[in-house]
Design a protein around this ligand. Structure first.
Ligand SMILES: Nc1nc2c(ncn2[C@@H]2O[C@H](COP(=O)(O)OP(=O)(O)OP(=O)(O)O)[C@@H](O)[C@H]2O)c(=O)[nH]1
Ligand SMILES: [Mg+2]
Length: 404
C-alpha cells in the first residue's frame, strides 16, 4: 500500500445509538471503496471489521473496530464504535482520537438518548460531525420527522445533502446536491429523476440558508442577490462544517448499498486532515504537569492507545492514533502514564485485526495503527519519544480544531 501525506489522511469515527446502523454503513463504505469484495451484513455475521464472536452472535458492536479505505487519493481511517450505553466508555475514548465523526441516526427511530450523548461529546471536544440518516428504505421510516428533529434539537443549520427518492418500502435512492447525480441501490448511480426537482430545490434552499446563516459575508450577499454561486456554497459548507456551525445530513439505506458513495466524497473533500487539527495539547509529567503543545508536523512522537485486544493472528495488539511524529517497528518508546519504556514489534494498518490489514514500516501523524507485543501499555496510555525526556505528554490529550 502506498504511503500518504498528512493532507491526504482522514480519521473518522462512526457514532450513535445502539442499532442505528453504524456497522452496516461502515460495511457499505468499505464495499463501495473496494476495500472488501462483498457487502458484509450484521445478520449473516459477515463483517469485515468484527472478530469478536460475542459481538457477532449478539449482533452488536462491543469494542471499537478499526479499518481503512483508500478513496480518491485519500486514506480514510475508520473507527466503528459501539452504540450500547453499557459500552459508552469505548465510544467516548474513540471520539477523542478521531478528527471528525459521522453520527448515525436511525430513520425509523429518529434521535435517541445515545445520539444526543454523542453529539454533546463531539461539541465539547470541538470535533466536527456530519449526520447519516439510515434505514429510509423501511416501511416504518420517519425520515421527514427525523430531519425536523435534527434541525430542532441538534442544529438549525443542519442541511440535507442527499435527499431521498421516495423514502419507504419503494425507496428509490438518493440525489446528491453536490454532484447532481442520483445514487441508487447496489452502489449504482444515474441521472436525477425529473420528478425530484421540487425535493432537490427544497433541499438546496435548506443548504443555502444553513451556509449563509453560518457566515455574515455570505448572508449579506445572499440577502442582496438572492443566491450564492456553487463555489461560494462549497467553500461556505466546508468552512461551516469544520467550525461546527453547519451540520451536513446524508441519507441512505446501507443494507441496500445506497448512500455511502456521496459520504465518501464528502469525507475526502471536506473532513479535516490531521494538520487541520492545529494543536495537540498535553501536560509535561516531569515539570509539574506544565501544559505542552505539539503540532501534528512535529518530529517527536505522540500517540494514544484507544483499544487493546488479543488478535488470533498477531497476539497482543494495541490500537493507537498517532497525533504527532512517527513510530517504527522495534522503536523504543516511552509510556507517559506508566513512566517506563515499551517497544512494539510490528506495525499494521488494521482491517478489523491484522490478518487482512497492511503491515507498515512506519506510522505517522494521522494514522490509526495496530502495534504488536507492547508489554507495559494499556488502553488510554500515551506513547512518546524516548529521546526527549522532560518533554513527555501524559494522561490527557486534547485536540484543537483549527477554526477560521
Ligand atoms: N432496512 C435497513 N436495515 C438496516 C439499515 N442499516 C442497518 N440496518 C439493520 O439494522 C440493524 C442494526 O444495524 P447495525 O449496523 O448493527 O447497527 P449499529 O449502529 O452498528 O449497532 P450497535 O453496534 O449495536 O450500536 C441490523 O439488523 C441491520 O441489518 C438500512 O439502511 N436499512
Ligand atoms: Mg455496530
Amino acid at each position: 500500500m502506498k504511503s500518504y501525506k498528512p493532507e491526504d489522511k482522514r480519521v473518522v469515527g462512526f457514532v450513535g445509538h445502539r442499532g442505528s446502523g453504524k456497522t452496516s454503513l461502515v460495511e457499505a463504505l468499505l464495499f463501495d471503496a473496494k476495500a472488501t469484495s462483498r457487502l458484509g451484513s450484521v445478520e449473516t455475521k459477515t463483517l469485515a471489521l468484527e472478530s469478536d464472536p460475542e459481538a457477532l452472535e449478539r449482533q452488536m458492536t462491543i469494542q471499537s473496530n478499526v479499518g481503512f479505505v483508500e478513496w480518491d487519493g485519500a486514506c480514510i481511517g475508520i473507527v466503528d464504535t459501539p452504540g450500547d450505553a453499557n459500552f459508552w466508555g469505548n465510544a467516548n475514548r474513540a471520539i477523542s482520537v478521531v478528527d471528525a465523526a459521522v453520527v448515525v441516526v436511525s430513520g425509523t427511530d429518529g434521535l435517541q438518548p445515545q445520539t444526543v450523548r454523542c453529539v454533546k461529546k463531539l461539541r465539547d471536544s470541538g470535533t466536527p460531525f456530519a449526520i447519516f440518516v439510515t434505514k429510509v428504505d423501511k416501511e416504518n421510516q420517519i425520515y421527514e420527522d427525523t430531519v425536523a428533529e435534527i434541525k430542532a434539537d441538534i442544529s438549525p443549520n443542519a442541511a440535507v445533502l442527499t435527499p431521498p427518492i421516495q423514502p419507504g418500502a419503494d425507496f428509490g435512492g438518493v440525489v446528491s446536491l453536490v454532484s447532481n447525480r442520483a445514487f441508487l441501490s447496489a452502489g449504482k448511480s444515474g441521472d436525477v429523476p425529473g420528478d425530484m426537482s421540487d425535493d432537490v430545490d427544497a433541499a438546496r434552499e435548506m443548504l443555502i440558508d444553513a451556509v449563509a446563516a453560518a457566515d455574515d459575508e455570505l448572508m449579506e450577499k445572499y440577502l442582496e442577490e438572492g443566491s450564492l454561486t456553487e463555489q461560494e456554497l462549497a467553500v461556505g459548507l466546508k468552512a461551516g462544517f469544520l467550525a461546527g456551525e453547519v451540520v451536513p445530513v446524508f441519507v441512505g439505506a446501507s443494507t441496500q448499498d445506497c448512500g455511502a458513495l456521496p459520504l465518501l466524497d464528502f469525507i475526502k473533500s471536506s473532513f479535516p486532515n490531521p494538520l487541520e487539527r492545529a494543536v495537540v495539547k498535553g501536560v509535561n509529567n516531569n515539570r509539574e504537569n506544565e501544559p505542552v503543545e505539539r503540532t501534528p508536523g512535529d518530529g517527536a512522537l505522540v500517540a494514544q492507545v484507544f483499544r487493546t485486544h488479543h488478535d488470533a493472528f498477531a497476539g497482543n495488539l494495541s490500537y493507537a492514533r498517532v497525533f504527532a511524529g512517527s513510530i517504527k517497528p522495534s522503536q523504543d518508546v516511552y509510556n507517559a502514564n506508566r513512566e517506563g519504556g515499551d517497544r512494539p514489534s510490528h506495525l499494521y494498518l488494521p482491517m478489523g485485526g491484522t490478518k487482512n490489514g497492511s503491515e507498515v514500516k512506519e506510522a505517522t501523524a494521522g494514522d490509526l495503527v495496530a502495534l504488536t507485543k507492547l508489554k507495559a501499555t494499556a488502553t488510554g496510555d500515551t506513547l512518546c519519544e524516548k529521546a526527549s525526556p522532560g518533554n513527555f505528554f501524559s494522561k490527557q490529550i486534547e485536540l484543537l480544531t483549527q477554526r477560521g
